[in-house]
Design a protein. Sequence first.
Lengths: 100, 557
Amino acid sequence: MPAIFTPKVITANALLEGDVVYLTQDDTWTRNLKDADVLTDEADAQIRLIDASARTSEVVGVYLADVSPGKSGPKPTHFREAFRMRGPSNYPHGKQSEAL
Amino acid sequence: MYRYTDFDATFVAERNAQFRAQVERRIDGSLTEDEFKPLRLMNGLYLQLHAYMLRVAIPYGTLSSAQMRQLAYIAERWDKGYGHFTTRQNIQFNWPTLRDVPDMLDALAEVQMHAIQTSGNTIRNVTADHFAGAAADEIADPRPVAELIRQWSTDHPEFQFLPRKFKIAVTGSPNDRAVTKAHDIGLRMVRNDAGEPGFEVIVGGGLGRTPMIGKVVRDFLPEADLLPYLEAVVSVWNLLGRRDNKYKSRIKITVHEHGIDDIRARVEERFALLRPAFTGVDQQLFAQIKADFAPPAFADRDTGPFDLAYANDPVFRSWADTNLSAHRAPGHAIAQISLKAHGATPGDATADQMRVMADLAERYGHDELRISHEQNVVLPHVHKADLPAIHAALKDAGLATANIGKISDIIACPGMDYCALATARSIPIAQEIATRFDQLKLEHEVGDLKIKISGCINACGHHHVGHIGILGLDRAGVENYQITLGGDHTETAAIGQRTGPGFSADEIVPAIERIVDTYLSERDSAEETFIDTFRRVGMTPFKTALYGESDKKQKAA
């Protein structure tokens, strides 16, 4: 039996601002993980990744990140993705300040 | 201080114009990221977790007040009002946007600064003893040497695509404050039996995944042979160094695989070939550079105000005892400004703090500032009579923490709060340790103790050479911290030994406390430092304190 596919989102850094972005269902980039499209099918995820990676004039370093889906949107499963979603822990900079 | 020549200024301006065009071409799509990345790295621009990061060189750690003010201006104009000083005498801005970087580089060029070769597989910013030109124990000022190497290595056509990065450090003092044995090349300025100046050349040191203490490849290199010899070392490695595996590409691995004798023979052969090509122009240049580093005129004044404040003000006395070092000129001192206020981010300074430090340097310190590899700022030349006023100004700016060399004077890399390579956070661990020992009021009782923290195996936080080293790793999706003990960053350099299994983020500060408690109970007197006690008693009591007696028995069973 193949391994169960962990749900994923497509994420990258924006070319101009350098901040973290996620791919939405309609193939736009969002700054909020909760608006990201959660991919549950491996074949679909790979194709979306290839297409997103080709958008080099918008983003840098596109990859698939594990998430756990929830009612209020996907949540990161690894602490690295949690920091990318929030910002650094020593100052209220980055996304955590923009959400205020 | 060294002043740019017209050649230097033109070179930096041209380079900035090139990079501005490269950024434009990246934005308009003419350059792919794969094409752009090596170009931006050569100009100090990284893409980190949350944003771009611009790493600016502070050559041999020396800054004028005007340069420090410009860093403050850049921090406010294009960043979030602060900068982060690093273990390689650089300053990093954590939040620039891509379009702003060319303007930031032009602003740097206005004060004769740049970000060239602060990254990429090139010869990086050359570092030096932060007490250069001031220390009482110094044989010669290492900064002219570092400046000569900078000019030789900058845009050197043979060395722009090396197997990996290459780091050089220079010290002019027998007490090594530049960690020369943990660099690709370490240079110790020495004199031979005839009294002639030269270098002991150390090669193949480095930290990271495979830590190595550098080995002496030439015990005396005459001063005039420096550049051809360096060129020989780098070109031998450029050919031999492994490009197939980035973990085996640094010169420390090349030296390890071939042996120091084989490397020495190859270097000498290459040196014999290269030496005639250096016809003395380098030595003329060196002489000019040396003149730029002539020591300032040190005034002969009464130290009365210092003596009075020292006798009457315990806060000043504590700061003076901890943060001052011996200066070569009578009545003078080297004052270290701690960027390690308890609970603050190690190495960070706000724009306002930068301006305060710039003002103090201009008014009292012959217009000089230094950045240490320990992420502090130094006023290298101050008269003792001015220290009470300096201390008062520092206190007002939150810069008067009296902890240099103590347990809260922690080196910490940016870790996973910023760095894309990190496997765990460093900064919060440093903040918690400093806060904890400040609460316990144990800092001065514990005395000299170097804690160094890295958030990944690459060891930017120098954890291998910390008396206590902490390495943050990702263990099955959880931050985990390994401890090493007995590391030494000085002329008696040593790599620390691992204590055993790591600790979680919640357990690491109590673990450090147990290590410190063990030291306090094991030391034979208050004069025996942590590292001396460790060398005398060994690992066992510390292991027992960390893991208990049962651990060994369980493993034996």
